[in-house]
Write a protein that binds this ligand. Structure first.
Ligand SMILES: Cc1ncc(COP(=O)(O)O)c(C=O)c1O
Length: 389
C-alpha cells in the first residue's frame, strides 16, 4: 500500500505542525535519480536562448529594475487584454494562490472563513489556506471514461453555501481535462449567488489559448480570480514569475498582500521575464509540435496494451488507470525504475487515484518515443507479475 503522499484536507486535531507537501517529498528524490526516460514533467520542455533574447542586458540582471523596466504588469495586461490595475505580479502561481486567499478573505462578505477546495489537486492549493488557519472542505471531480471529469452538483452546492472561497484547477492535474462547459457555468453562477469568491489555478490554461472553449475565470465575473505563471506552458518554473488577474478591488487587496508577504519582485526574475514576454508564442508553437508528434505514439501504445485512454484535446499531460488495479506508486518505484522511466502516480493528487498514472508528452519527440518503448516494457512486466500472483 502506498504511503500518505496525497494533499491534506484536514489537520489532525491537536497537531500544530505544518503538514508536509507529500508530493515533493516523493518526487524530488526520484528526480534526483536522473532516470533517462522522464515522462513526469508537468511543464513544457522548451530551451529558451536567454543570451540571444537578452543580449548585453543579461549583465544587468542583478541591478535594480525600477526606472530601467516598464511596469511589469503591462506585459500581462497586454497579452491578456485586461487593465494594468487588474493584474498583480508574484513569485510564481503558488505565491499567487497565497496572495489570492488573503485578498479574497479581505473582500469576503461571508461570516465564515471556510474554503472549499477541489480534489484532486496540487497539494499547495489545499494546504496554503491551512497556513492561515482557514478550515478547508473537499469537493471532487469524478473520473470519466470519455471527456471531462464531472462534478456532483449536490456535493458542491452544500460546500459552496458554507464557504467564503472556492479554489479550483480548471485544467485538472493529473487528468488534463478542463471543466465541461455546463459545470463551469454552474460553478460560476452558484458561487455568485452565494457570494463566494473563486480562485482558479490556471497554470495549464494557455495550452488551449487557441481552442474554442478557452475561457479563463477572470473573464467570467468580478468574483473570479485567475492565477497563472510562466512555469508550465512557458517552461520557466525556475524564474518564479506568476500573476493573478481579478477585479480592481480584489487586485488592490492582492497587491497589498504581496507587498506584505514579499516586498518586491526580484530584478533578475523581472528582467528575464521582460525579454521573454514578446516571444511566448515560441513555446506554444513548440508545444503544439510536440503534441502532434508524440500523442499518436502514446495512443498506439496504450491501444496495443488494451488500456483505455481518455485524451484531453489540449495540454501537456494526461492520465490513465493501470490495469488489474496495479498500484501506480509501486509501479513507478519498481518496474518503471527498472527500465529507467519516471512518471507520476495519481495518488500524489488524491488518495482515490492509487491506480492512476500521469504521463506527460511535452518532451522532445525522440526522447518521448524511447521513453514509451520503456514504459511499455515496464507495463508488460507489471501485468505479468500481477496476473501470476
Ligand atoms: C496546478 C498547479 N499549480 C501551480 C503549480 C506550480 O506553479 P508555479 O511554479 O508557478 O508556482 C503546479 C506545479 O506542479 C501545479 O500543478
Amino acid at each position: 500500500m502506498s504511503e500518505d503522499y496525497w494533499p491534506r484536507f484536514e489537520v489532525t486535531e491537536g497537531d500544530k505542525e505544518i503538514p508536509t507537501i507529500g508530493y515533493l517529498d516523493w518526487y524530488v528524490p526520484r528526480l534526483e535519480e536522473n532516470r533517462p526516460y522522464n515522462l513526469s514533467l508537468s511543464g513544457m520542455q522548451y530551451d529558451w536562448d536567454i543570451e540571444e533574447l537578452m543580449k548585453d542586458t543579461v549583465y544587468d540582471i542583478a541591478n535594480h529594475h525600477i526606472g530601467a523596466l516598464d511596469d511589469p504588469r503591462i506585459n500581462v495586461s497586454k497579452r491578456e487584454g485586461v487593465g494594468v490595475e487588474n493584474v498583480v505580479i508574484c513569485h510564481g502561481a503558488t505565491q499567487a494562490l497565497h496572495v489570492s486567499v488573503c485578498a479574497a478573505m479581505a473582500m469576503s462578505n461571508k461570516k465564515t472563513n471556510n474554503i472549499t477546495v477541489e480534489s484532486p489537486c496540487y497539494a499547495p492549493i489545499v494546504q496554503s489556506p491551512q497556513l492561515f488557519n482557514h478550515p478547508t472542505r473537499k469537493v471532487t471531480r469524478i473520473p470519466a471514461d470519455d471527456g471531462p471529469w464531472r462534478i456532483d452538483k449536490v456535493e458542491w452546492l452544500a460546500a459552496i453555501k458554507d464557504s467564503a472561497i472556492l479554489m479550483v484547477t480548471p485544467i485538472l492535474n493529473p487528468c488534463g481535462w478542463d471543466y465541461h462547459p455546463d459545470d463551469r457555468n454552474w460553478i460560476v453562477q452558484t458561487c455568485k449567488d452565494h457570494e463566494v469568491i473563486i480562485i482558479a489555478d490556471e497554470v495549464y490554461i494557455d495550452s488551449k489559448r487557441e481552442h474554442s472553449t478557452y475561457s479563463p475565470f477572470h473573464t467570467l465575473g468580478e468574483h473570479c480570480i485567475s492565477v497563472n505563471s510562466l512555469t508550465k506552458i512557458y517552461s520557466l518554473g525556475t524564474l518564479r514569475y506568476g500573476w493573478l488577474i481579478s477585479s480592481k478591488d480584489i487586485s488592490e487587496q492582492a497587491r497589498r498582500a504581496f507587498f506584505t508577504l514579499s516586498g518586491m519582485m526580484g530584478s533578475p526574475t523581472l528582467r528575464v521575464a521582460d525579454s521573454i514576454f514578446p516571444n511566448l508564442d515560441l513555446a506554444i508553437n513548440k508545444m503544439n509540435e510536440f503534441r502532434n508528434k508524440n500523442l499518436p505514439l502514446l495512443r498506439e501504445m496504450l491501444n496495443k496494451m488494451n488500456i483505455p485512454w481518455n485524451e484531453p484535446p489540449y495540454g501537456l499531460f494526461g492520465a490513465f488507470k493501470l490495469p488489474l488495479e496495479i498500484d501506480a506508486m509501486e509501479f513507478v518505484d519498481n518496474e518503471c525504475k527498472q527500465f529507467g522511466v519516471l512518471a507520476v502516480p495519481g495518488i500524489m493528487f488524491s488518495e482515490k487515484l492509487s491506480s492512476w498514472l500521469r504521463v506527460s508528452w511535452s518532451i522532445e519527440p525522440k526522447l518521448f518515443s524511447d521513453s514509451l518503448i520503456n514504459l511499455e516494457k515496464a507495463l508488460l512486466l507489471a501485468i505479468i507479475k500481477k496476473t501470476s500472483q
